[in-house]
Write a protein that binds this ligand. Structure first.
Ligand code: IPE
Ligand code: IPE
Ligand code: MG
Length: 259
């Protein structure tokens, strides 16, 4: 592939292309959050070890990031590893951490090229030196970027996020810097890992489970949910476009009445 080909592939979709995909620019979500599930089932159905499903999942990650960025989304948040995933066999945990580290090393050039902003949400200490080093380096590389924010949820759990926020707020109260009567929804939002980020408009879950698995519980209060039977390694741009088309038809009321 020539350099000029690569650049044109990254250009934002034109309004004609968006219309040809039967999408409406004005009704695209600003922030999509994905629960990338079903890697293990995908592999097992083909007689591969589970880790092969995680490896194939990385290719899906690449194409979906590129697609969302070309659609000018503000943010894409990907659930990579939950705080409950430490319950898995040690070998799978280790291989997942290694894959994550390798992904960050390989993806840095792409993050730079696509001008992606970068964030990680979740408790970082248990991730180990290798993953943490690559997260720090990726933050550095992306520090001046101005495009779509790629947010990776790694060792993320919504309940521990809320517990961490409660601790931080309690410390401010104890130090006399915050009046308990002044605590409101904005105070809590400002102490979440996602402080300053827009709430997801659309949550996509692959592999068919009808649950949220401790993902962004506060932030998805009014998000639209979309579940596909496809496992994450089989998820592709067409499936994403189908979710976006469906999203465009939804009547979001936020507790009010429809217009
Ligand atoms: C999602 O795939 C990736 C992670 C949770 C790390 P799974 O590994 O959960 O795949 P299934 O659900 O077992 O098929
Ligand atoms: C959710 O998937 C976490 C990630 C996709 C990283 P799980 O496979 O861990 O969810 P459950 O256990 O089926 O609820
Ligand atoms: Mg799963």
């Amino acid at each position: 592939m020539t350099a000029s080909h690569r650049r044109s592939a990254d250009e934002p979709y034109s309004s004609e292309q968006i219309a040809a995909l039967d999408l409406r620019a004005a009704r695209l979500p600003r922030h999509v959050a994905i629960i990338m599930d079903g890697n293990g089932r995908w592999a097992q159905a083909r007689g591969f070890p589970r880790i092969e499903g995680h490896r194939r999942g990385v290719s899906t990650v690449r194409s979906i990031i590129e697609c969302c960025s070309r659609l000018n989304m503000q943010q894409l948040t990907l659930y990579c590893f939950s705080s409950e995933n430490w319950k898995r066999p040690e070998l799978e945990q280790k291989l997942l951490m290694r894959l994550l580290e390798q992904y960050l090393v390989e993806e840095r050039a792409e993050i730079a090229r696509q001008n992606l902003r970068f964030s990680v949400i979740g408790r970082r200490e248990p991730l180990g030196e290798g993953v943490n080093r690559e997260i720090d380096r990726t933050y550095e590389v992306a520090s001046e970027n101005t495009g779509m924010r790629l947010c990776l949820a790694i060792n993320y759990g919504s309940r521990s996020e809320l517990a961490d926020a409660a601790q931080a707020i309690a410390r401010e109260v104890a130090a006399g810097r915050l009046d308990p009567d002044a605590i409101n929804e904005s105070t809590i939002e400002a102490h979440l890992y996602t402080a300053g980020m827009p709430d997801p408009d659309l949550v996509i879950r692959t592999a068919g489970e009808m649950r949220v698995s401790n993902y962004l519980l506060w932030q998805i209060s009014y998000a639209e949910l979309w579940v596909t039977e496809k496992c994450w390694p089989d998820f592709d741009k067409d499936e994403l476009f189908a979710a976006l088309r469906d999203f465009a038809q939804r009547n979001r009321r936020f507790g009010g009445l429809s217009n």
